[in-house]
Design a protein around this ligand. Structure first.
Ligand code: FAD
Length: 401
């Protein structure tokens, strides 16, 4: 047996012995384990599963053991993910420190910053949030105005960030700030780590049409930030920001596997809610065409993900990662539209008890999917990036007024 096959068998055995049965079911929002100083565990099994993974280094298996990871190679991580998926094991710990900040710190952070922050991320001790967008800077992120003035031993931060997901539940925020107002837009930006408990940081909830919200607006009013919280060099934060966005977009292109949603996929929903005709085919021809198209796209996306992995393993580079956020999130939206159509009037429940829990999750997943092609860079901007960087297309001349 080769080393990877041995690792697969060991992983299978470990999962069998350690993953509680209740954690081998599709994710449920109310039972997710999020990092944080005041972390709470909605279930005992969730706590047990988190603790066992943390102790094994499996909350972030690809990170070095000195930071609390398991030091697994890319190939071993792939095996672990495949084996977890095979038993439908839930992700033991959620935090954007794992998905976004950590990888950027590994690339750009100082040794002291890595030693300080990465072990807290793998142990789930700190919850992170993202301070990029501002009221006047979303797609055009480089227009951001939150400023950090150099005051000798610290920066003085003033300004506001918007759409901070879970900002009210987070302990620290990573922020893009303007440190040189005279420089060209991208060249006067720095990347700062800010403790949300610092004096002068406050958050205001943003209420959404649904009446609920996970967003806040974050305000910085003369916030003192120690100099050691600067990641990378002064005024080079744009490079850190872009590296982090790469991780965010990769995550978004993969979204779906562990996102709470109905237990059925489109094929199962089609069989259950539309049914087959006498010819043995799905009764509704238009839905059948959409279903086939989606299944083909979904498999093509899976293969494209696999190709990006193989390229990484063999040190090759291509333009494929550039298209994955756009293609993944647009297909996810089509999938949710399709599920709504397949369920028909059974997809119209929101809180009503006459609908099954899967039926109630269907419109929620559909509504959430609309955010996927905005967060992390909207689809139109992604198309612009693909046109310029992947296809080398020329810029269209701007229409004169
Ligand atoms: C679910 C969710 C979570 C988020 N969480 C965070 C967070 O935690 N932290 C954070 O900092 N931000 C967060 N955001 C904000 C997100 O990064 C911005 O919404 C995104 O960058 C778009 O910016 P905007 O909302 O200002 O829209 P705008 O930039 O105003 O764009 C609005 C629309 O205009 C069009 N448009 C804009 N520019 C172009 C262009 N160049 N070409 C063609 N069309 C264009 C597009 O249709 C676009 O959808 C989150 C957003 C969502 C939806």
């Amino acid at each position: 047996m080769d080393a990877l096959a041995t690792f697969r068998q060991e992983t299978r055995d470990w999962l069998e012995a350690n993953c509680p049965a209740s954690q081998r079911q599709p994710a449920v929002r109310e039972e997710q384990v999020w990092a944080g100083k005041n972390k709470s565990f909605p279930t005992e099994d969730g706590k047990l599963w988190f603790e066992r993974c943390r102790d094994k280094g499996y909350t972030v298996p690809e990170w070095p053991t000195e930071y609390g990871g398991a030091g697994l190679s890319d190939a071993q991580c792939k095996v672990l993910r495949e084996e977890m998926k095979a038993i439908r094991a839930r992700t033991p710990l959620l935090d954007i420190g794992i998905w976004m900040l950590g990888p950027a710190l590994i690339e750009y952070g100082s040794e002291a910053q890595k030693a300080e922050h990465l072990p807290k991320i793998t142990a789930g001790n700190i919850r992170w949030c993202q301070g990029y967008s501002e009221p006047g800077a979303g797609s055009d992120l480089a227009s951001l105005q939150t400023k950090a003035e150099d005051k000798g031993d610290h920066f003085l931060v003033n300004g506001t960030k918007i759409w901070t997901t879970n900002g009210d539940k987070s302990d620290w925020i990573f922020c893009l700030v303007r440190t040189d107002p005279a420089a060209r837009k991208q060249e006067g930006i720095s990347f700062l780590l800010i403790d949300m408990e610092s004096e002068g940081v406050s958050v205001t909830p943003i209420e959404l049409i649904s009446g609920e919200s996970e967003f806040v607006q974050t305000f910085f009013d003369n916030v003192k930030v120690p100099k050691e919280n600067l990641v990378g060099e002064l005024n080079t934060g744009w490079s850190v920001a872009k590296a982090l966005l790469k991780h965010e977009r990769k995550l978004m292109s993969e979204i779906g596997g562990d996102t709470p949603g109905p237990t059925f996929g489109p094929v199962q929903a089609a069989l259950e809610y539309v049914g087959k005709g006498e010819d043995g085919k799905l009764k509704d021809r238009a839905l059948r065409d959409q279903l086939v198209q989606h299944e083909m796209n979904f498999r093509a996306l899976g293969l494209a993900h696999f190709r990006t992995f193989e390229e990484r393993m063999t040190g090759q580079t291509s333009n494929l990662p550039l298209i994955m956020k756009y293609c993944g999130t647009e297909e996810q939206k089509r999938k949710e539209e399709l599920l709504m159509a397949l369920l028909g009037s059974q997809s119209l429940g929101w809180k009503d008890t006459q609908f099954s829990s899967d039926e109630l999750l269907t419109p929620q997943g559909w509504a959430f999917s609309k955010a996927l092609s905005i967060a992390g860079g909207c689809s139109e901007v992604q198309l612009d990036i693909i046109a310029k960087r992947a296809l080398n297309m020329p810029e269209l001349p701007r229409a004169s007024a």
